[in-house]
Design a protein around this ligand. Structure first.
Ligand SMILES: Nc1nc2c(c(=O)[nH]1)N[C@H]1C(S)=C(S)[C@@H](COP(=O)(O)OP(=O)(O)OC[C@H]3O[C@@H](n4cnc5c(=O)[nH]c(N)nc54)[C@H](O)[C@@H]3O)O[C@H]1N2
Ligand SMILES: Nc1nc2c(c(=O)[nH]1)N[C@H]1C(S)=C(S)[C@@H](COP(=O)(O)OP(=O)(O)OC[C@H]3O[C@@H](n4cnc5c(=O)[nH]c(N)nc54)[C@H](O)[C@@H]3O)O[C@H]1N2
Ligand code: SF4
Ligand SMILES: [Mo]
Length: 765
């Protein structure tokens, strides 16, 4: 065994002062010396750290960071260094399973695929493809999503396609579209090397993107450290390093952001020339935020006036600024509206499109950007606008199909609606790939009931017997990272290739091969009677995808497998104009809002009501960005006499989601063995709770029992990580999502995991 550090106790590693360029440091952990290394990147968060997979005797024996990679310069965090062990877990799924007489039994691929095809065709004939739904992931590869997207949108023609990205970063996409006209992060990770100030809102980056945080720690250890503002109701690792930490009540991001914008505008810390030349909506924004005096913000959000002023001083005067936004915004009240206020902050100061200035409407999952780009979710491929007939015609030409096949007659179905249709019976076949909704959806009792419905045919494509797979009608064993080749894109638009290093176990197959097999058996054809899908492997799929992106914001045409295999990951757009990729979007301050080019015609931030194409064209912003304003709306559920506490949920550093990978690493599991409830000191005293006590937590939807942890959170709020389900511990109800509620943002449709009303009781031994 060789490891360059124990990342369990030393999460971020040693400091290397970052004075404008981040130094290389190669992190490695191998259990045996590898015979060879295979180029890849990590898939255990959205950071996309470049890594090599060490292989011996056809098995993965470890990983090391790629020093040449622009994202991580060789560094890896605890999940990256340990998570790969799951590939060789003895409980991998190795053959298809079919439910017979109530039990899942082993079957051949032919039996499983024939059954799926027979069901699809019957449903298509009796009910149309509108009774078929797909719920995919942020963890497959780009080539797999694009193939799935073409199957759903041009083969079957169903509008019911989405991913768990709806739970994850639908709001990132929605906020970028709302302000700039299309998805795509304006900035670059290199901005962190020089910026004068950093804002993290609802983002515990130290725990959730540990390597990116190491980049920031290295700035803080350097000559001109940036000022740090953190907005989070908990005293997280991230918050502990802040110059100013605002700890608002959950659900009050809009009051806080409006309050900050108000102070910044009043102090004149704005760039009037930039606002006039490149934005629309400043007057309405000013009028809206002017209602949010610091005193009123304190009243509603519980943020002291002086702290708000201190934060506004930093954010208003720093000569450059990087902001990151994540689940404390996206999964909370007024998600899209609050995320847009961060865009507004950069626009009114003109801090965008230049080095040192970046907005990271963060992603979470490693390949979530690709779900959004490729058409495997509700969006059309390459950020095309389903409301724009020219964009539909363009796709129809590319795929050689009738434009009417491509669903665009109404808004695409978001995943929460797909689940509702399945519940009501209008969706009869639901194909789930690379996600574990029986632990990750809100209100789990409801999710389980839907999955168990007799008249819903459920296909689950996964590497493990998850809580969801247990309830399926057909289980397809998937090859995972390391066992297949494909590309994926991180938050700052960096595209990596991950090569196959080993064979999948048993009969497990790559998702791409499963989707291609389905397309072949379904015999999808184009307009000339040729097979609809014209590729047979991942590289051909990538080439087809490149054509789909030509001329769109996410232009991949300058990339190739060969080029991606040469060194560092490459940022899109990569084309003739930017052969090595572009670090920043909007360098000329022309945004993607032109009527003919934009990805959406937009929505009202309060109600979600869509702007019609005619309305949009009448006021075509022609490349100006939208400053969208929003006033405060109260959360849909609030504490009361019966349920007196706010619940919020989230993550810990050592686990990834429902732990199907990290839960199989002994080291990570020892470091974080069980769920817990985090309670403030005053609340613990009031309830007579000591650390380690068993606590029953009850909401209107369910009840769980978890041990207590005390401190680092504001009074009145409790926090529970959502990682812990039942596959390795079925004895105790402990999943946070037993408690959460079924509500979502009106624009992004992202569910609200970050607030609910609960009561707690100590459980006597
Ligand atoms: N270790 C680890 N890393 C991960 C993951 C993982 O599972 N484990 N998952 C990856 C994925 S898919 C994602 S999406 C990201 C998520 O990364 P984060 O968004 O950083 O993670 P969370 O813990 O869900 O939420 C962040 C913070 O929001 C705060 N919060 C709660 N309510 C509010 C509110 O109303 N306002 C504000 N301002 N803050 C609030 C919480 O206290 C919490 O600290 O992490 C990625 N990285
Ligand atoms: N209460 C609460 N709930 C939340 C959140 C929260 O903060 N609070 N966060 C939400 C967010 S941001 C997210 S991203 C979701 C995550 O929720 P899920 O997506 O349900 O979580 P994972 O455990 O990552 O599930 C991924 C599944 O894909 C499988 N898998 C991995 N690689 C492959 C592959 O290559 N092919 C196939 N077919 N399968 C593969 C894994 O074994 C695993 O079962 O949870 C959401 N739920
Ligand atoms: S920061 Fe994310 S991508 Fe990098 S090693 Fe850690 S889990 Fe993997
Ligand atoms: Mo996520």
């Amino acid at each position: 065994m060789h490891e360059t550090r124990d990342s369990i106790t030393d999460i971020w590693g040693d400091r290397a002062p970052n004075n404008g360029e981040w130094q290389e440091r190669i992190d490695e952990r191998t259990i045996e010396p590898p015979e060879h290394w295979v180029q890849s990147a990590c898939v255990l968060c959205s950071n996309g750290c470049g890594m090599d997979i060490g292989v011996k005797d056809g098995k993965i024996v470890g990983v090391r960071g790629r020093g040449i990679d622009r994202v991580n310069r060789g560094r890896l965090g605890p999940k990256g260094l340990h998570g790969w062990i799951a590939n060789h877990s003895p409980d991998r799924l190795t053959t298809p399973l079919i439910r017979r007489n109530g039990r899942l039994e082993a079957a051949s691929w032919d039996e499983a695929m024939d059954l799926i095809v027979e069901r699809s065709q019957t449903i298509q004939q009796q009910r149309t493809a509108g009774a078929i739904g797909f719920y995919t992931s942020g963890q497959l590869f780009l080539e797999e999503y694009y193939t799935l997207g073409v199957i759903g949108k041009a083969g079957l023609g169903t509008p019911h396609m989405d991913g768990n990205t709806r739970l994850c970063t639908a709001t990132a996409a929605a906020a970028l579209k709302a302000t700039f006209g299309s998805d795509g992060q304006p900035g670059s990770y290199t901005d962190l090397d020089t910026t004068a100030a950093i804002l993290h809102i609802g983002h515990n980056i130290a725990s959730q993107q540990t390597v990116l945080w190491a980049r920031i720690l290295d700035r803080l250890a350097g000559k001109n450290p940036p000022k740090l503002v953190v907005i989070d109701p908990r005293q997280t690792y991230t918050a502990k390093e802040a110059d100013v930490h605002l700890a608002p009540k959950v659900g009050t991001n809009i009051p806080v952001m409006n309050g900050l914008l108000n102070l910044i505008i009043q102090a004149g810390h704005i760039n009037p020339e930039y606002i006039a030349a490149h934005t629309v909506g400043f007057e309405t924004l000013t009028a809206t935020v002017s209602q949010w005096t610091p005193e009123r913000v304190e009243q509603v959000a519980n943020v002291p006036v002086r702290d708000l002023q201190a934060a506004a001083e930093i954010l208003g005067t720093a000569r450059s600024l990087v902001s990151t936004v994540l689940q404390g915004v996206y999964q909370s009240m007024q998600a899209t509206a609050a995320a847009c206020q961060v865009n507004n902050l950069h626009l009114i100061r003109g801090l965008i499109g230049t080095p040192g200035n970046g907005i990271m409407q963060m992603n979470g999952q490693p390949t979530a950007q690709n779900t959004r780009e490729s058409g495997a979710d509700g969006d059309l491929p390459a950020f095309r606008n389903w409301d724009n007939p020219d964009h539909i015609a363009d796709l129809a030409r590319l795929w050689n199909v009738d434009p009417m096949v491509i669903p665009h007659w109404s808004p695409p179905t978001h995943s929460m609606q797909i689940w509702r249709y399945a519940e009501q019976g209008s969706i009869e076949l639901l194909w789930i790939s690379g996600t574990n909704p029986a632990v990750s959806l809100p209100e789990l009792s409801r999710a389980r009931k839907i999955l168990q419905k007799e008249d819903l045919f459920v296909i689950v494509q996964d590497a493990f017997m998850t809580e969801t797979a247990e309830l399926a009608d057909v289980v397809l064993p998937a090859a995972i990272w390391g066992e297949k080749t494909g590309c994926f894109t991180n938050v700052d638009r960096t595209v990596h290739i991950s090569h196959q290093a080993i064979d999948p176990p048993g009969e497990a197959r790559a998702d791409l091969d499963i989707f291609l097999d389905y397309a072949r058996r379904m015999d999808f054809r184009d307009r000339d009677g040729a097979p609809l899908i014209k590729w047979h492997n991942s590289e051909q799929a990538f080439e087809a995808w490149k054509e789909c992106t030509r001329g769109r914001p996410c232009d991949y045409t300058g990339m190739s497998y060969a080029k991606l295999s040469q060194g560092s990951g490459i940022q899109w757009p990569c084309n003739e104009k930017y052969p090595d990729g572009a670090s920043h979007l909007y360098t000329d301050s022309h945004f993607n809002t032109d009527y003919d080019y934009c990805e959406t015609y937009g929505h009202d931030l309060d109600t979600g009501a869509a702007t019609t194409p005619e309305e949009y064209r009448a006021d075509d912003p022609k490349g100006k960005a939208f400053l969208k304003a929003a006033d405060y709306l109260r959360p849909y559920e609030e504490p009361d006499a019966e349920y007196p506490l706010w619940l919020t949920t989230g993550r810990v550093v050592y686990h990834f989601h429902t732990r199907t990978k990290t839960g199989r690493s002994p080291e990570l599991n020892r470091a974080a063995p069980d769920a817990f409830i985090q309670i403030s000191e005053p609340d613990a005293t009031q309830y007579g709770i000591a650390a380690g006590d068993s606590i029953a937590v009850t909401s209107r939807r369910g009840k769980i029992i978890v041990p207590a942890r005390i401190g680092d959170i504001i009074p009145g709020v409790v926090f529970i990580p959502f990682h812990y389900g039942y596959w390795d511990n079925g004895n105790r109800t402990r999943a946070a999502n037993e408690l959460t509620l079924t509500e979502w943002d009106p624009i992004s449709k992202q569910p609200h995991f970050k607030y609910a009303a609960v009561k707690i009781n100590k459980v006597e031994a």
